[in-house]
Design a binder for this molecule. Structure first.
Ligand code: DGL
Length: 272
């Protein structure tokens, strides 16, 4: 088996995996959630890098020729170092791709006012990865960023549908939109956030377009595989998906089954 590896700090990458499976229904996938060490968004650069590298190495050991960092925080803090420094020493024929670059490439065509809002983890906002990539790939666009440190813990603790979620989602939406009423496009720059989509839609100003990072990343992967037929051929096509978590499988399976609308049976893995 040589599945596509999909990595996130926890449950968030499932929002990307869902769209990847739709785009590549025949491919095998191996999902890894580092739930025991989530959230990553408030952790240091060094820790996010170390944890992400451990996860990538594990997915490579499991046979993945290609790993998607379905996590903005890991993409912001670890992707470049892994691509430019580590990959050559591990296996130069394997690939690791992130989610920020494809998202930024989709922005220019999505906004009419040129004002885009970004919700992300404190780590992603502080890294300024979106600002840097937008300046390069969508130079006419201004991005207004706001960190939402409570949103990932709400998801990881199965509180995404609770009243507490309304309180924090509304508070952060007001903080971003009230001073910036021109924003017409919103990036959910953390893969956990679509799990809060019902709450976000309820509080976001009317007419604001919310970009679906899952669809964008899936389209970008299809394009990548078309341009790299050698990698395309290496991916096994058994239409399977397996799940690994660093936490207890019971906790993972409950939320993951609900979100994936599938009977998820994960196994525990120890990283590091
Ligand atoms: N889902 C991840 C992201 O896209 C990380 C969330 C976290 O662990 O803080 O940023």
């Amino acid at each position: 088996m040589s599945p596509i590896g999909v990595f996130d700090s926890g449950f968030g990458g499932l929002t990307i995996l869902k769209d990847l499976r739709r785009a590549l229904p025949g491919a095998d996938f191996l999902y890894l959630g580092d739930n025991a060490r989530a959230p990553y968004g408030t952790r240091s650069f060094e820790l996010v890098y170390r944890f992400t590298l451990e996860a990538v190495k594990h997915l490579f050991e499991q046979g993945c020729p290609l790993v998607i960092l379905a996590c903005n925080t890991a993409s912001a803090k670890a992707l470049r170092s892994i691509q430019q420094r580590d990959l050559a020493g591990i296996d130069p024929t394997r690939r690791v791709l992130g989610v920020i670059r494809p998202t930024v490439e989709a922005i220019a065509g999505a906004t009419r006012t040129g004002s885009v809002g970004l919700f992300a983890t404190p780590g992603t906002v502080a890294s300024q990865s979106y600002d840097i990539e937008i300046a390069k790939h969508a130079p006419g666009v201004t991005v207004y960023s706001h960190a939402c440190p409570m949103w990932v813990p709400l998801v990881e603790n199965s509180e995404a549908d609770g009243d507490g979620a309304d309180y924090f989602v509304k508070k952060d939406i007001d903080a971003l939109f009230k001073p910036n009423p021109d924003i017409d496009t919103l990036i959910l720059g953390c893969t956990h956030y679509p799990i809060l989509l019902n709450k976000i839609k309820k509080h976001v100003p009317a007419g604001v377009r919310i970009l679906s990072q899952g669809e964008i990343v899936a389209a970008s992967l299809l394009d990548y595989l078309q341009r790299h037929p050698d990698m395309n051929e290496r991916i096994s096509r058994g239409a399977s998906v397996r799940y690994l978590t660093t936490e207890s499988p019971e906790k993972f399976d409950c939320l993951a089954s609900e979100f994936m609308q599938d009977d998820v049976r994960s196994s525990t893995v120890r990283l590091g």
